[in-house]
Design a protein around this ligand. Structure first.
Ligand code: ZN
Length: 348
């Protein structure tokens, strides 16, 4: 999660013409659910396991990765681990890209204020849809963090190691379903972006240079920090959801139904307002999709005491809760990928 940089008074001016949307009464049940009574779905979502998330996070957020600063050797090591993981699962990259890596050039980041950042890479894994391969569901998380300061590693276990391993686990679940003969009808892009902490650079580069046309990009489900709780929700089974009714009247409903089918977490919409002083709608990678009219939902655990501190460590993650939130994102992605009709964009 990017630090809040815009002063509050300016934020008010910038967003004063936006209006908070009210809860939509449009039901996704107009469009019969893709998962009711689906045994493949149930066995796939049970592939998402706390122990596996933990195993991957202990690597991604280890000292060896040196805080995964954009373009650093530590970040590249984390990237290699992810690429090997996808290779071992038999999940390839988008053919048009030719590898798992999309280079994000130093110059691109410099022009946007990322002074002296070296070249870095987004990492893309891809499962092609069986019926509508040209329609693409994006599941994203940033894998960079803030690196080291004065020799101290900022491991970023929650920010955004948690989202990184969640995306890897969701890919594993889709691949398991595919092996059981029930691959997704629409394609799924597992998008690990770089440069988030310096200014959402990796996702901006992707949406400026999309591997699949944005017009065919159905949704971006973005995960940035889902392994902890914040002081006001201590011990609760919850997740903040942001942006899900900004562009499509169906997405929030689909996510709520997916939640009921899985772990019935408390969906907290406290920050789901572009005018909220924390401006979370603008502070992670989904925003680069939303500004291009692609519906988004952003999953988040809140601002906690270890946010952007060297104490954001693997021992403090609640792995059971991380698994439940990951299952929610998977269930939402499954529904959007498999339902008969593409979700609509009916709001501005
Ligand atoms: Zn952050």
């Amino acid at each position: 999660m990017r630090k809040l940089l815009v002063p509050a008074f300016l934020a008010v001016i910038m967003t004063s013409c936006g209006t908070a949307k009210t809860a939509s009464d449009v039901s996704s049940s107009q469009n019969s659910s893709a998962v009711k009574g689906d045994k493949t779905f149930v066995s796939a979502y049970k592939e998402i396991k706390a122990a596996d998330l933990k195993k991957n996070l202990y690597v991604i957020a280890s000292d060896e990765m040196e805080g995964r600063d954009t373009g650093s050797p530590g970040q590249k090591r984390a990237g290699e681990y992810m690429v090997n993981y996808y290779k071992n699962l038999g999940i390839s990259f988008p053919k048009a890209l030719g590898s798992y890596y999309q280079k994000v050039p130093s110059d691109f980041m410099k022009k946007r204020g990322g002074s002296n950042l070296p070249d870095s890479e987004n990492i893309l894994a891809f499962i092609e849809g069986s019926e509508k391969p040209d329609e693409v569901v994006v599941v994203s998380a940033h894998y960079d963090h803030v690196g080291m300061q004065n020799g101290v590693v900022y491991n970023g276990a929650d920010d955004d190691g948690s989202g990184t391993v969640a995306v890897m686990e969701i890919a594993k679940a889709f691949q398991a379903a595919k092996k059981a003969g029930k691959g997704p009808k629409r394609s799924i892009l597992f998008l690990h972006v770089t440069g988030e902490e310096h200014g959402l650079f990796g996702s901006e580069y992707y949406t400026d240079n999309p591997v699949f046309p944005l017009a065919n990009t159905v949704v971006d489900l973005n995960i940035d920090m889902i392994g902890r709780d914040d002081p006001e929700n201590r011990g609760k089974q919850y997740v903040y959801v942001i942006g899900s009714e900004m562009l499509s009247s169906q997405l929030k409903v689909i996510n709520e139904e997916a939640n009921k089918r899985t772990n019935n977490l408390e969906l907290n919409y406290k920050y789901d307002d572009p005018n909220d002083p924390q401006r979370l709608y603008y502070r992670s990678d989904h925003y680069n999709f939303a500004k291009n009219n692609v519906p988004v939902a952003f999953f988040f655990d809140g601002i906690h005491e270890d946010y952007h501190k060297p104490t954001d460590d693997v021992e403090k993650i609640d792995y059971e809760l991380l698994a439940k939130r990951t299952q929610l994102v998977f269930a939402t992605a499954w529904e959007i990928a498999n339902r008969p009709d593409r979700i609509i964009v009916d709001k501005k």
